[in-house]
Design a protein around this ligand. Structure first.
Ligand SMILES: CC(C)(COP(=O)(O)OP(=O)(O)OC[C@H]1O[C@@H](n2cnc3c(N)ncnc32)[C@H](O)[C@@H]1OP(=O)(O)O)[C@@H](O)C(=O)NCCC(=O)NCCS
Length: 275
C-alpha cells in the first residue's frame, strides 16, 4: 500500500498562487473493520498514540481512537505528502496537535498545513486548511448521555435566552448542540479548547443553519471568521471555524468515508465571514 501511496504524491503539485479549499473528512468508524483499523494503527501510529490506544478500558473507545488517528495520518499523507508513519505530530501545552513541518517544506504544498480532529461515538471529523488555523467539532444529537441542561449553563446570556425560546426536547437540544459545536470549533481553532470560557463569546444563529453574528472574547482583537455548520448524516451535527483572512478560498470540500484515494468530494460554498 505504501508504494501506491508514494506514487500519488508526485502527481499533484500545488499551484502556488491558488489557495486550496478548506477540506473536511467525515468518517464513521464502520468505514474500517476493527481488524483493519488495528493493522493500520500498528504500522502508522507513533509511540504516544499507541500508548494512549493501549489505555482504553473499552474496546469501542479504542476503536474510535484508532480510526480517528489513522484517518489523521492518512489525510496528512494525501495532503502533505508525508507517509503516514513518518508524520511527526507535536502537541501544544494545551494538547492541540500540529504537524511538524520540515524546514525544506512538505513534499506537497509548502510549509503550511493545519488540521483539527473531533470524534464522537462512532463518527470522526477532520478539517485541513493551508496558511490558516482550523477548528472542528462533531456531536451526536441522539446521544444517550444527554447533559444538555448543564451545557447550556456555560453559554453567554443571549445564547441561553435563544435556546430557552425553542420548544423543549429536540428543537431545544438542536439549538444547544449547534451552539456547542460552533463554540468548540472556534476555541479549538485558537488552540484553547475548554480553556476558553464559553460565556466569553457568543453566536447569533439563523433559524435552520448558518451564523449571522459573532461576538468574540474581549481578549481577541476584532478579526473576521468563517463558521460552517453541517449535518453530514442525520442527527450528527458538525461545525468548522476558519480565520477569514483575505486569501481564504470561498469553497470547501466535504469528503465522506476513509480516504483510500482522492475520491470526488462534495463542493460547498463557504459562508461569508462574520465579525
Ligand atoms: C480540546 C477539547 C475541547 C476536546 O474536547 P472533546 O469535545 O472532548 O473532543 P473532540 O473530539 O472534539 O476533540 C478531541 C481532539 O481535539 C484535538 N485537541 C486536543 N486538544 C486541543 C486543543 N487545545 N485545541 C484544539 N484541538 C485540540 C485532539 O486531536 C483531540 O483528539 P485526541 O484526544 O484523540 O488526540 C478538550 O480536550 C480541551 O479543552 N483540551 C484543552 C485542555 C487544556 O487546556 N489543558 C491545559 C493543560 S493543563
Amino acid at each position: 500500500m505504501t508504494g501506491l501511496v508514494a506514487a500519488q504524491y508526485s502527481l499533484t503539485a500545488l499551484e502556488p498562487d491558488r489557495p486550496e479549499p478548506v477540506k473536511l473528512w467525515f468518517c464513521p468508524n464502520d468505514e474500517l473493520t476493527p481488524t483493519l483499523a488495528t493493522t493500520l494503527a500498528t504500522h502508522w501510529l507513533d509511540e504516544h498514540e499507541r500508548e494512549i490506544a493501549a489505555q482504553f478500558l473499552f474496546e469501542r473507545d479504542r476503536r474510535q481512537y484508532l480510526v480517528a488517528h489513522t484517518l489523521v495520518r492518512r489525510v496528512i499523507a494525501l495532503e502533505g505528502g508525508v507517509p503516514e508513519a513518518e508524520a511527526v505530530i507535536w502537541r501544544s501545552s494545551r494538547g492541540r496537535p500540529f504537524l511538524h513541518k520540515p524546514v525544506e517544506g512538505l513534499p506537497r504544498g509548502g510549509r503550511e498545513l493545519d488540521f483539527n480532529l473531533s470524534h464522537t461515538a462512532g463518527h470522526n471529523f477532520l478539517g485541513v486548511v493551508r496558511r490558516h488555523r482550523i477548528g472542528v467539532d462533531v456531536e451526536r444529537l441522539d446521544r444517550d448521555d444527554q447533559g444538555f441542561d448543564a451545557v447550556v449553563q456555560t453559554f453567554a446570556d443571549e445564547e441561553q435566552a435563544w435556546v430557552a425560546r425553542a420548544a423543549p426536547g429536540r428543537p431545544r437540544n438542536r439549538r444547544v448542540l449547534r451552539l456547542w459545536t460552533l463554540k468548540e470549533a472556534y476555541s479549538k481553532a485558537r488552540g484553547l479548547g475548554l480553556g476558553l470560557p464559553f460565556d466569553s463569546f457568543a453566536f447569533t444563529l439563523a433559524e435552520d443553519r448558518g451564523v449571522r453574528g459573532f461576538r468574540p472574547p474581549k481578549t481577541e482583537s476584532a478579526h473576521p471568521w468563517r463558521f460552517i455548520e453541517l449535518e453530514p448524516v442525520p442527527d450528527v451535527l458538525a461545525a468548522v471555524a476558519v480565520a477569514a483572512d483575505s486569501d481564504v478560498p470561498s469553497v470547501l470540500q466535504l469528503h465522506h468515508g476513509f480516504p483510500w484515494d482522492r475520491s470526488a468530494p462534495r463542493l460547498l460554498d463557504l459562508p461569508e465571514p462574520v465579525a
